[in-house]
Structures are given as C-alpha cells and as structure tokens.
Design a protein around this ligand. Structure first.
Ligand SMILES: [Zn+2]
Length: 279
C-alpha cells in the first residue's frame, strides 16, 4: 500500500483517476522526469486492473496485488542476467502479450529503465506497441524520453512528471483559486476570474495548462470525496458535481487545442461550469 499512499495526494493521482474513470488511459505511456517512476508505473497499472468503483481504489484484490508486485498480469520487465534487456526477454514478452490476461483486465508491462533498451530492442517492441492486442499496455519509464526512438515515442503519450510538478507549483495558486470558486459555485467570481485572465492576455497554452491542472485538482478532490485520502479542494461539491466539473474542464482544455479564442472559451467555461455543477 506504500506506493498508493505515496501518490494519492498528488495531481498525478487525480489525473490517473479521472482518465481511468472514463476508460481513457492510453495503452502506451512514457513516464519521464525525476520522481519515483516505478511507483507511478505501479499506480497506473493498478488503475488499469482495479475492479473498484473509483480506480485505482487501493482496496480491491487487483489493486493490492499490483501494488504488492504480485499481480500475474503486471510485469516489471527486467533482465537479471544481462546488462541490457536481451532479445530473448523481449521476444518472450512479445509472445506473452498476445495471450489473454490470467485474471486481470489488462496485461501491463512496466519498463522501469528505458536506457536498458537499445535500438534493436525497441524495434522488437515497436510492432506489439503499435498493433498489439487491446488488452496489452506498456508503461515506459525514463528520466528523458530521448532514450526512446522517435518511432516508439510517436506511438505513446508522454507524461513528464518533473515538468508537471514545476508547472503545478507555478499554476497552483490560480488552479486552486478556480477550485475555490467552483466550490462556492460563485458565478460572478468565475466570470471575473476569466475576464481577468483575458485582460492579462493569457496565452492559449497557459489557459490550457491552467485548465488541465485544475482538472487534476478536481480529480484529486474526487478521490478524497470517495474516501481515498488526499486533499479535497471542493468539499462542498458532491461527487457528481465534481465529476461534471472535471468533464467540463477536460473538454475545454481539449477544445483549446483547436482554434477557439481564449476570450470566447473563458466566457463559455464560466457558464458551463456553473450550469454543470448546479444541483
Ligand atoms: Zn482497486
């Protein structure tokens, strides 16, 4: 349980919980940065195997097994006999990936150190990452994703946990302010908050990052409201309201990738957040 406790209070935990709740965890994720990437990998694997109501619940059989490192469908890929991970290990893995899980919903392969995969090894993995069976998931950990080939990287989503922490501290106060406004369901305050951002000429990227960070904090609050511990920044909102707010924030952040103006988005978001988090 140590690993779960390690991560539960974090924005990362909020992100994983929200994606898991919507069944939107990618099957191939690269975790980069300087945090405990193996713990993060196990937490993610638990979210993929969890049978509880709010994955990763940390209490169900699959969660416990994953976090204890004894789940038969979650494999930490190592090669104790060689310095680098050998072709034999990878070919066996590739064959294994096509066999249905023993008891879990997914087969999860955690690569704790991608510097142990040379170019040849990565090429062996490429095809199964790209077009493997839907139950197979690959979690690559690396301090720097540049150790992976561009062809591998292009098939994965990348989460930089180091940057996330920095961005989190920079955007923390605004994201927390937004959570407080949501918690009070303060429509005027929300409108003023976004008008202020617009006046300051916040960039699309900054707004996107703010929305994503707020989304993670709302996810973290949802975990807390579900009894999983951690910080609840919106104690007055029900789980349903938190979940609705998370959806609005996520959709808005996704839409900002396209060509909606910041001003338009800020105004629309204030209205939506109020409506969707209503009674
Ligand atoms: Zn669980």
């Amino acid at each position: 349980m140590e690993h779960l406790e390690l991560q539960t209070g974090s924005a990362l935990a909020g992100r994983i919980a929200l994606l898991a709740a919507h069944n939107q965890l990618s099957h191939a994720i690269i975790l980069t940065g300087h945090r405990d990437l193996i713990a993060a990998g196990r937490y993610l694997a638990a979210a993929m195997e969890c049978t509880g109501e709010h994955p990763p619940c940390g209490h169900c059989g699959p969660c416990r097994k994953v976090l204890a490192g004894i789940h038969p469908d979650v494999q930490v890929v190592e090669d104790r006999e060689h310095k680098m991970i050998s072709m034999d290990v990878l070919r066996a893995l590739r064959a294994d990936a096509y066999i249905l899980p023993n008891e879990g919903r997914r087969k999860v392969y955690i690569f704790p150190d991608c510097t142990l995969l040379d170019a040849k090894a990565q090429n062996v993995l490429l095809k199964v990452v790209e077009e493997g069976p839907p139950h197979a998931a690959f979690l690559f950990s690396a301090q720097n994703s540049a150790v992976l080939l561009p062809t591998v990287r292009s098939r994965c989503v990348e989460w930089n946990l180091g940057d996330e922490d920095q961005a989190a501290s920079a955007g923390d106060s605004r994201a927390e302010e937004l959570c407080a406004l949501l918690d009070r369901r303060d429509t005027l305050g929300l409108a003023a908050f976004f008008t202020d951002l617009e006046t300051r000429k916040i960039s699309r990227e900054e707004l996107q990052s703010l929305l994503e960070h707020t989304w993670e904090l709302v996810g973290q609050s949802l975990l807390a409201a579900s009894g999983c511990g951690g910080r609840n920044l919106c104690p007055h909102l029900s789980r349903r309201q938190l979940s609705a707010a998370a959806d609005v924030l996520r959709d808005a952040a996704a839409q900002l990738r396209f060509n909606l103006g910041v001003g338009h988005m800020a105004g629309a978001l204030a209205v939506l957040l109020h409506e969707r988090t209503g009674r």
